[in-house]
Every structure is written in structure tokens, then in C-alpha cells.
Design a protein around this ligand. Structure first.
Ligand code: KG4
Ligand code: ZN
Length: 340
């Protein structure tokens, strides 16, 4: 079954053709990083406008690279939510129009379910139920996912998502946007144990997260010790140590809770997906923890951690297999909040 996936929930316009939820025939992403970077974060109206410019060329390129014509597709899967409504509507509008004009089924996909499907697109895939940590700029939540793709919520952040904490700390330190990758790069040269930051909800059995206190702790640290490149010419710390310590605190919590979720649910397979799953230290620590606790760890390739349309096409295949759920193209609307 050939599915065209379309994704436009935030700041990437993406389209991909995937066969039977597994075989990637094309994977096209038009990033808006350069557009939002001067503002230090995503500007929703600018995002919508850029999606309008990019959506048709991106879809055309995805079909061309896959060497398929639009009429060869079996279905079109599109991110329905959650995300920025104006941004979502661009992808939805294009997918709806194509489905209607071609007489093809339209499959609505949750962005989160899309991220979870990246777990099946790495070097190894879960075969049984697995614990999935979705950790991105918008979400930090644990689920148990069944082989048919159905998921069960286990716990989530009460405030900031982990990626949001990365981005806010990076902004505070003047490291640019998106901040996660910058912190990752800089932290490699730092001492992760240089500064002790607070970790929330570490008590037994909690599967909740909180990162806003950590962000405040970093802001307080900087207030007391000076900004790395601010008026204070020689701060009493190395920026590399600061970001490495911040990152280690986030990673500690994410690894602990993922292992805990596996233990509490008696699950041997775990996957970590979403933009922050691209973090090198997180991947390293997860690999160590999986070895120590004898867990089968599934990590998507880096490109499929951050937003892409391959995961939407793959999830679309599962949604269709599970429920045959397709919409009349004229019925579909964007959903800004969506609890999977
Ligand atoms: O999944 P994604 O592309 O979009 C959302 O659905 O939110 O995730 C983007 C988030 C951003 O917060 C970004 O800073 C973070 O993922 N991120 C990283 C890394 N690469 C992206 N965070 C830490 N380390 C990275 N290497
Ligand atoms: Zn995402």
C-alpha cells in the first residue's frame, strides 16, 4: 500500500511516500529554521505563510523522488493535530484537495502517533508491546504502545516539555534557535557533573515530569554568576559545563522514568522518539541503561526523530490497518490539542 504522508504542524513542511508503513521511497523536508531563528522561536503566522509557499513543491518532490505518480497512491495521510492550527490547515488543505481530486482515501494522523511510529523505522523494531517516551518541543510523555499501534497513556510533563526547556535555556544563554542541537554540540566539551540542578518527581513510581523548575534554576544560576557573554566579562564558570550539567539533569530524569515505566509495566521493549531523541547524550545514556536493565532499546535514525512526513505515512498505514479509518476529504479539520 503506497501512502503519501503530509506534515505541517509546526515549522517543517514535509512530504514522504512510504510503502506498507515501512519502505521509505522518499522523504522531503523544507525547514523554516532560518525564518524563525531571528525571533528565537516559531512565529505562527510566518510558519503558516512559509507552509503555503512550500507545500506543493514539497509534495511534488516527494512524488518525483519516489518515482510514483499521484494516481499510483493508495491513500494520503496527513497530520490532523496537535500543532499550530494555521500551520496544520495548510497541509490538511493540500491533502484534502489531492484526496478529493484523485478520489483517494484520506487518513487523519495524530502527530504524536506519528512520532511513535518512528520507533519502527530504526535498525531494530519492537515486536511486542513497548514503552514509548515521546520527547519533543511540544511533548514529554510516556505511553505503552500495543502491537496494533493502540497506545495507553502512562504519564506526562506537568509544565514544559523537555525540548522546550532545551530551547528556553539556549535562548537565555544566547545560543540561538533551535536550542536543543546547540546545547547538545556545546555540552560535549563540558563536565556534566559541574553544577547540581534540581530534578523533579524523582520519587518512587512517579511517571510525571516537570522541567520549569530546572529552567528557573538555570536562570537563577546565570543571575548569580553572570551571563556567559554578558556584561560580566569573566563568569566564574564555563558555558560548556553549564549546558552539560543542564543537559545531564534532563537526561537523568528521562532515562530514569523510561526504565521505571518499563519496570512498572513489565515491558522489555522501549523506544524513545521525538526531537529530543536526537540528543547524543540521551542516546548514549539510554544505550547504557538498556544494557544494564536488559531492555531492548529502539531509537529512530536522527532524521526521523525531529518532524518529518515518513512517520506520518507510516502511522497512516497503521491507522488504516487498525480501523480502516478514512475520512471524506471534505470532513477533515485541524485539531490544535490532541491527547492520543
Ligand atoms: O519533534 P520535533 O521536531 O518537534 C515537535 O514536535 O516539537 O522536536 C523539536 C524539539 C526542539 O525543542 C529541539 O530543540 C529539540 O527537539 N531537539 C533537540 C535536539 N535536536 C532537536 N534537543 C536536544 N538535543 C538535540 N540534539
Ligand atoms: Zn514533532
Amino acid at each position: 500500500m503506497l501512502i503519501l504522508g503530509v506534515e505541517s504542524s509546526c515549522d517543517e513542511t514535509a512530504a514522504a511516500v512510504v510503502e506498507d508503513g515501512k519502505k521509505i521511497l522518499s522523504d522531503v523536508i523544507a525547514s523554516q529554521v532560518a525564518v524563525h531563528s531571528p525571533y528565537g522561536g516559531v512565529v505562527p503566522e510566518l510558519a503558516s505563510r512559509k507552509h503555503v509557499e512550500a507545500i506543493l513543491p514539497v509534495i511534488a518532490q516527494a512524488l518525483e523522488e519516489a518515482r510514483v505518480g499521484a494516481e499510483d497512491l493508495d491513500a494520503i495521510a496527513v497530520t490532523q493535530g496537535p500543532g499550530l492550527v494555521g500551520a496544520l490547515l495548510v497541509g490538511i488543505g493540500a491533502a484534502k484537495a489531492m484526496a478529493y481530486a484523485l478520489g483517494k482515501p484520506l487518513i487523519p494522523v495524530s502527530h504524536l502517533e506519528g512520532h511513535m511510529h518512528a520507533a519502527f523505522l530504526g535498525q531494530t523494531s519492537p515486536r511486542e508491546s513497548f514503552v514509548c517516551l515521546v520527547v519533543s518541543g511540544g511533548h514529554t510523555a510516556l505511553y505503552r504502545v500495543d502491537p496494533d499501534g493502540k497506545n495507553h497513556f502512562l504519564g506526562a510533563t506537568r509544565d514544559d516539555a523537555a525540548g522546550e526547556a532545551f530551547d528556553k535555556v539556549a535562548k537565555l544563554l544566547g545560543l540561538g534557535y533551535p536550542g536543543g542541537i546547540e546545547i547538545d554540540r556545546l555540552a560535549v566539551k563540558g563536565n556534566p557533573h559541574a553544577i547540581a540542578f534540581p530534578k523533579a518527581f524523582m520519587e518512587k513510581d512517579s511517571l510525571e515530569f516537570s522541567f520549569s523548575g530546572l529552567k528557573t534554576a538555570v536562570a537563577n544560576f546565570v543571575r548569580h554568576h553572570g551571563l556567559p557573554a554578558g556584561e560580566n566579562e569573566s563568569p566564574s564558570y564555563r558555558i560548556e559545563d553549564l549546558v552539560a550539567s543542564f543537559q545531564e539533569t534532563v537526561v537523568d530524569v528521562l532515562v530514569t522514568k523510561t526504565v521505571r515505566a518499563a519496570n512498572l509495566t513489565g515491558t522489555k521493549d522501549v523506544a524513545v522518539v521525538g526531537g529530543v531523541a536526537a540528543n547524543s547524550r540521551l542516546r548514549q545514556r539510554l544505550t547504557g541503561a538498556a544494557f544494564e536493565h536488559q531492555l531492548n532499546l529502539h531509537l529512530p535514525p536522527l532524521r526521523l526523530c525531529t518532524d518529518n512526513a515518513v512517520m506520518i505515512a507510516a502511522a497512516g498505514f497503521t491507522v488504516w490497518k487498525r480501523s480502516g479509518f478514512c475520512l471524506d476529504p471534505l470532513e477533515l479539520d485541524a485539531v490544535s490539542r490532541w491527547h492520543v
